[in-house]
Each structure stands twice: as structure tokens, then as C-alpha cells.
Design a protein around this ligand. Structure first.
Ligand code: BTN
Length: 244
């Protein structure tokens, strides 16, 4: 394991191989890691996605990292961090001249394809923001070849993963620190990058597969949809797919 402090004072621990960076970060958080600390790994044996999915990325080609946040806001507002992390990742990618969108709640897309996924978990006094970003991935397995992309595929350029990691970590930490006071402004930035607004989608609500028309993101960060002539505010939905 290599460890260092970024120019902004963020402590980074970079491992060759872990089970899941979220799990390593959780242990470190319990052990007193400072706000913003980052665990990153070249390879994960048990990388997790949302809703029990697995997250796989070829060793050394992506960025799999987890950032420990210690929010200075009431716990009831912590769910905001899941949305804000997606926004922070999208805005960082824009610095590389890429138009990134956020597919609610926090998948990051380029050209309609997923470039990053985010898994947020919380413990007593910390939030673990786990980010999987396809950086220098040239080829994807057939099952996801049509729906996934990487920075390399979009730009033809290999990126320095350490530089990118430090930019992402700084961006997530600074956006998170604004989550209480500046939420309306951050939501506005999210709406400008919303991949779902105006789209017809299929999604799962509990055990039901439904179709809906997305109106946009509401003032609490919820997805506002129209379904069977009624407007609904969704705090949670699974497997959202854009139909048109
Ligand atoms: C998703 O799209 O479902 C979320 C994927 C999150 C993957 C990242 S990789 C780093 C961190 N460690 C994990 O086990 N998962 C997250």
C-alpha cells in the first residue's frame, strides 16, 4: 500500500488489491480517518454496485475508490450526498472537455453510456462514497459493450489515474461541504446535467416494473415522474432505462 497527502491535504491510501474499497474505507473510518480520506485499489475482488450488483473493472484500467466524508449536517440530510457525489464526478469530467450527464440518482454518463457508478453507504458518524470510474478501459465485456464507456474510448487519450483521483476527491469533498447550505444551487446544476428529464423510462418500484415520463428533479432531490396521468415523487427506483 502506498499512502500520501494530496496538495489539498486529503490522505490517500492506494492498495494493489482489496475486496471492496468501501469495506476498507469503512474500517479506516471506524479507526478515525479524517474527512475526505480516500482508499483506492488497482483491483477489487468483491467490488459492489448498488442493489447487490457487482462492479468489475480490469485491474489498473479504472479508478475504484471510496472517500470517507464526515458531514457536518443533520443525518436526515445525508442522502443528499448520493446525488451530490454524481454531480461532483460529472463536473470533474467536464474539465476534460467531456459533456457528462447524471442519470438519477448518480450514474454518470457520457453520450448516453455509463462511465461511472457510485455506491454510498453510511456508518454511525461517516458516509462512504464509493466511485467506480472507467478510465483507461479499452474494451468492455459483450454484455455491457453497448451501455458502458470509458474516458479512453471517448477521447482516445490515456489519463493519469492519480491526478484524476485527486481532482475527483477534492471535488466530492468540496461539493459535499456545501450540501446543507447550497443545496438549491447544487440541485440546479444537477438539473442542467439530468440525463432523464423529458424522457420516457422503464423502472422498478419495489416488485413492479412500470413505465413513466420523467418531469425532472424535485426540490428534495427526488425524481418527479408522471405515471398513468398522475405526478409522483420517487425517492428511490431501480433499474431505470431510457426508452426514448
Ligand atoms: C453502481 O453503479 O451500481 C455503483 C458502482 C460502485 C462501484 C464502486 S468501485 C469503488 C467502490 N467499492 C465498491 O465495492 N463499490 C464502489
Amino acid at each position: 500500500m502506498r499512502s500520501w497527502h494530496s496538495a489539498e491535504g486529503i490522505e490517500v491510501r492506494w492498495y494493489p488489491l482489496v475486496d471492496s474499497t468501501n469495506d476498507v474505507a469503512r474500517l479506516w473510518a471506524v479507526d478515525g480517518a479524517a474527512d475526505g480520506s480516500v482508499v483506492v485499489a488497482d483491483e477489487q475482488t468483491a467490488g459492489r454496485g448498488r442493489r447487490g450488483a457487482v462492479w468489475v473493472c480490469p485491474a489498473g484500467e479504472g479508478l475504484a475508490f471510496s472517500q470517507i466524508l464526515r458531514p457536518g449536517m443533520p443525518r436526515a440530510l445525508w442522502p443528499r450526498l448520493a446525488l451530490i457525489a454524481g454531480l461532483a464526478v460529472a463536473k470533474t469530467l467536464e474539465k476534460y472537455a467531456m459533456a457528462a450527464e447524471v442519470k438519477w440518482p448518480n450514474d454518470v454518463l457520457i453520450g448516453g453510456k455509463k462511465v461511472a457508478g457510485i455506491l454510498v453507504e453510511s456508518i454511525d458518524d461517516a458516509v462512504i462514497v464509493g466511485v467506480g470510474l472507467n478510465v483507461n478501459v479499452a474494451d468492455f465485456p459483450e454484455e455491457i459493450a453497448d451501455t458502458a464507456t470509458s474516458l479512453l474510448r471517448e477521447t482516445g487519450l490515456e489519463q493519469d489515474r492519480r491526478i484524476l483521483l485527486e481532482q475527483l476527491a477534492q471535488s466530492i469533498r468540496s461539493h459535499a461541504s456545501r450540501a446543507e447550505r447550497d443545496f438549491p444551487e447544487l440541485l440546479e446544476q444537477l438539473r442542467e446535467r439530468c440525463a432523464l428529464s423529458g424522457k420516457r423510462v422503464s423502472l422498478w418500484l419495489g416488485n413492479d416494473a412500470v413505465m413513466a415520463d420523467v418531469i425532472g428533479i424535485g426540490d428534495r432531490g427526488e425524481l418527479v415522474v408522471e405515471r398513468d396521468g398522475r405526478t409522483e415523487a420517487l425517492m428511490q427506483a431501480d433499474q431505470i432505462r431510457i426508452i426514448r
